[in-house]
Design a protein around this ligand. Structure first.
Ligand code: HEC
Ligand code: HEC
Length: 547
């Protein structure tokens, strides 16, 4: 039975009052074109991370509805810190654990590889409506200066509060102990979006070859760069990402529903809203009705055991919030996935199955609406069809304005190609080369790491503009004039104990010599490994080009 409250908006037009409004901007940070453009540049600039490998957008791509396309392949070991034990969760890859000097440290779980967040990245598109952001709502609406702690914006500023977090996180974008003066000085000398091969024309024309201080001058009136302004510009950009051109919006604007949705989608919509059927609208709806598809409240619905991730209780300390997470908005949900805070449900069919069964786990605070619904196959398919067909904004799916974006170094052809197999050292371990940072001329340093070698052994990095055969000791590496201490860069001794546990890294200055543009660079680690028959081990080689 469809309750009367929903019959009115569904069957009568016009409904313009219920359409998706623009999100409220804080009084002290009104939306302006300049600020939104600056925020867009910052959001997509991988130079905002310590390693030059991660932008906000890395984990929030329009083509996956503002979430992270890598989620299904990125794993975090979950609460017990051990992989493969059943409580593993999906997350988003950030940066390797690293120090102020750019050296990598061995993380207990991820080694020298990029660390993965403990929760799935929710959508940054349409996020500007909530007073509390993150799955557990810990980013509140009062924005404090990240440098001084003073109140900058007293209300409506959850996006600002959220945006300054990842930049300092040693998992997502920063090195351990990163400070705002470091971020600011990096931006002061960076060419905006230098690592992006393609920048959308409108943004490129706005940047017009200017520096970040010049862009801050236009956006804020002075050329000062600080953490608060970075947060305010990024939040402004996010406020312009309103996904309000879904088929559902056409019905809200008064177009008869049967001209916009298929019969199956309408069946799905009715079941979605009907408290006696799918009952989804109890939580995935608010205010005047199903516009944003979230009540912005926190519920335990039985996705995981209540204590696997305490969720909202981490913020409130309240027992009844254990395992509760904020109801996600469902616009563009079909572009996202895997679903839920832990990514445990692979697709929308699994989600609907989950609800039909009444959730997987139980606890005293489980919401009463999460109960065995025993939906028919027809209704399950219809609800999925509604979420897929009615709630997707085609501009988000296609990445067209305002959801267009600069390309990223991480998805460019510049990324190093690994070749050769390496030579095993003691214990049969083949040393692994870690080379993820962009060899961009004039942009800071690049770090090359080694792991899976013999702890305590001496390792050298061979760097050469000519091919080194991967996997064999290469004695012919030529002197490389642009790297001060030549082609043989040695490490004191690998850290870690025993076969396979050795690791270390070297930070190489990047020359600012235009003549090198497009020139290849080869690198390979060689380890003097006393425990192996051949007395040495070697990583595979990598090849990349200066750009
Ligand atoms: C390494 C991946 C990663 C990077 C980089 C990253 N995020 Fe996120 N983002 C996440 C994850 C994971 C969450 C959820 C964390 C949680 O709830 O505990 C999140 C949450 C959010 C949310 C909250 C959405 C909601 O509905 O609660 C917004 C907005 C957001 N990020 C924007 C940004 C911005 C802006 C940046 C850059 C300053 C950024 N993110 C950088 C992974 C990332
Ligand atoms: C009691 C409130 C409640 C009800 C009822 C409810 N949901 Fe949810 N929904 C949530 C919460 C809370 C989450 C996040 C839970 C988590 O991650 O632990 C969620 C997550 C989801 C997601 C995953 C979104 C994402 O980005 O990961 C989808 C899809 C979804 N719900 C659809 C539905 C459908 C369809 C129904 C009806 C059959 C429904 N929900 C009923 C509260 C509810």
């Amino acid at each position: 039975m469809l309750s009367a409250i929903y019959l009115v908006p569904l069957l009568c037009a016009p409904l313009s009052a219920a359409q998706l409004p623009a999100p409220t901007a804080p009084a002290g940070n009104p939306v302006t074109v300049s600020k939104a453009n600056l925020g867009k540049a910052l959001f997509w600039d991988e130079q905002l991370s310590s390693t030059g490998t991660v932008s906000c957008g890395t984990c929030h791509m329009p083509e996956t509805g503002g979430a992270d396309p890598r989620t299904k392949d990125n794993w975090n070991p979950g609460p017990d810190g051990v992989f493969g034990t059943g409580d593993d969760v999906h997350g988003s890859g950030g940066v390797p654990l690293s120090t102020k000097t750019g050296h990598y440290l061995q993380d207990a779980v991820f080694g020298l590889s990029p660390q993965v967040t403990g929760r799935v990245a929710p959508s940054a598109i349409g996020a500007g409506y909530s007073k509390h952001l993150f799955w557990d709502g810990r980013a509140g609406e009062t924005f404090l200066s990240p440098e001084t702690g003073a109140i900058v914006l007293p209300s409506d500023a959850a996006l600002e509060s959220q945006a300054v977090g990842p930049i300092m996180s040693s998992v997502e974008m920063g090195h351990i102990g990163r400070t705002w003066p470091e971020v600011v000085s990096r931006l002061q000398s960076a060419t905006p979006l230098a690592l992006s091969g393609f920048v959308p024309t409108a943004l490129e024309q706005w940047i017009a070859g200017r520096t970040y201080p010049q862009l801050f001058l236009e956006a804020f009136g002075t050329n000062q760069i600080d953490g608060a302004r970075i947060g305010m510009a990024i939040a402004t950009y996010e406020r312009t990402l309103t996904p309000d051109q879904t088929p559902w919006d056409l019905t809200l604007s008064g177009v008869p529903i049967d001209q916009v949705l298929t019969a199956q989608e309408i069946t799905g919509l009715l079941a979605f809203l009907d408290p006696d059927s799918g009952s989804c609208g109890t939580c995935h709806s608010m205010g005047q009705g199903p516009v944003r598809f979230t009540d912005d409240d926190f519920h335990y619905i039985g996705v995981a055991p209540q204590d696997a991730d305490l969720g909202r209780a981490l913020v409130t300390g309240r027992d009844r919030d254990r395992g509760s997470f904020r109801t996600p908005q469902l616009r563009n949900v079909a572009l996202r996935g895997p679903f839920m805070h832990d990514g445990s449900l692979a697709d929308l069919a699994e989600v609907i199955e989950f609800y039909s069964q009444g959730g997987i786990f139980d606890a005293p605070n489980k919401h009463p609406e999460i109960r065995a619904l025993n939906l028919s196959q027809t209704l399950k398919r219809a609800i999925v069809a509604f979420m897929t067909g009615a709630l997707t904004d085609p501009r988000v799916a296609a990445g067209t304005f305002p959801f267009d974006r600069p390309s990223q170094y991480a998805d460019s052809i510049h990324e190093p190609v690994e070749f050769g197999l390496g030579t095993a050292g003691s214990g049969g371990h083949i040393p692994k080369i870690v080379a993820i940072e962009p060899p961009k001329l004039g942009v800071g340093d690049i770090t090359l790491g080694i792991e899976n070698a013999r702890g305590g052994a001496l390792a050298i990095l061979l760097v050469s503009p000519a091919d080194t055969a991967g996997g064999v000791l290469h004695s012919g590496a030529r002197l490389y004039p642009h790297l001060p201490s030549a082609s043989l860069q040695s490490l004191p001794a690998l850290r870690g104990l025993g076969p396979g546990n050795g690791w270390g890294s070297l930070v190489l200055p990047v020359p600012n010599d235009p003549q090198l543009l497009g020139m290849p660079l080869f690198a390979q680690w060689v380890v003097f490994d006393q425990g192996s028959n051949s007395r040495f081990a070697a990583s595979a080689a990598i090849r990349w080009s200066w750009f």
